[in-house]
Design a protein around this ligand. Structure first.
Ligand code: UDP
Ligand code: MN
Length: 264
């Protein structure tokens, strides 16, 4: 049934919560039939938690590292992976049978409930290295067994990129070759910056984009937005393409219309 399936995101601070809220609102706008869950860490303020609960069905606090885990000490040697391991906590949500994880810097452009037809582990190619998947959108099955195996793998092998993406790609290492059904179309994780690396493809396929991912250092909430003209303001050092700007404007439309009123 659909009530035991959920979209899951993560926000470890109030800044990333802004992204989570826009993502959650975009899923609501497109009438998802699944539950919405957000993982947060103790750092998230109480005010933000109550705003999150007006958009998400579940706000779940997790610790950055679980002291009860056998690999705790090994993980403590690698503090830079703290946020990474928080993402892995999504496998502990065993009251759901299947979930779709989405980064807090993603935005859905239409209903994407058909993602639940896919199996663990499904993800879209990474635009920088297409034999790797991008870990910003993936289908998984919560399981304490998988969770423990992931932590154990992390403690033993670390992550080749220092983040969750390297770790998950090493763990689900047959993704590239084993089952094409586990390759989500790129349209489900369209990195807004890759739009201009293959402009003809974007012009041809881009209208069917389903999920935009604002990956990279500059997130939508780092831009300035003019509430009157409804335009994202560019500074001189950045040269966002027209399409990137329209995706940013879409994010800001949702943020200003639906989220800002909740934060006031
Ligand atoms: N994240 C978080 N706090 C942080 C960094 C990351 O909550 O300080 C979460 C958030 O859900 C974010 C995801 O981890 O979307 C992955 O990080 P990010 O999107 O910044 O990485 P990128 O997609 O740019 O590689
Ligand atoms: Mn991201």
């Amino acid at each position: 049934s659909v009530t035991d399936q959920a979209f899951v995101t993560l926000a470890t601070d109030d800044v990333y919560c802004q992204g989570a809220l826009v993502l959650g609102q975009s899923l609501r706008n497109h009438k998802t039939s699944r539950k919405l869950a957000v993982l947060i860490t103790p750092e998230v303020s109480s005010g933000m938690r109550s705003v999150l609960s007006s958009v998400f069905d579940e706000v779940i606090e997790v610790s950055v590292l679980d002291s009860a885990d056998s690999v705790h000490l090994a993980l403590m040697q690698r503090p830079e992976l703290g946020v990474t391991f928080t993402k892995l906590r999504c496998w502990t949500l065993t009251h759901y049978s299947k979930c779709v994880f989405m980064d807090a810097d993603t935005l859905v452009l239409c209903n994407v409930d058909e993602l639940f037809d896919r199996e663990e582990f499904s993800a879209a190619p990474d635009s920088g290295w297409p034999d790797c998947f991008n870990s910003g959108v993936f289908v998984f099955r919560p399981s304490l067994k998988t969770y423990r195996l992931l932590l154990q793998f992390a403690a033993e092998h670390g992550s080749f990129d220092g983040g969750d993406q390297g770790l998950l790609n090493s763990f689900f290492s047959n993704w590239a070759t084993a089952d094409i059904g586990k390759h989500l179309p790129f349209l489900y994780n369209l990195s807004s910056s890759s739009v201009y690396t293959y402009v003809p493809a974007f012009n041809h396929f881009g209208r069917d984009a389903k999920v935009v991912h604002f990956l990279g250092a500059t997130k939508p909430w780092n831009y300035k937005y003019n509430l009157q003209t409804k335009r994202v303001m560019q500074d001189d050092t950045t040269a966002e393409s027209f399409h990137q700007l329209s995706f940013l404007a879409l994010w800001w439309n949702i943020y200003s219309a639906s989220i800002l009123p909740l934060l006031e």
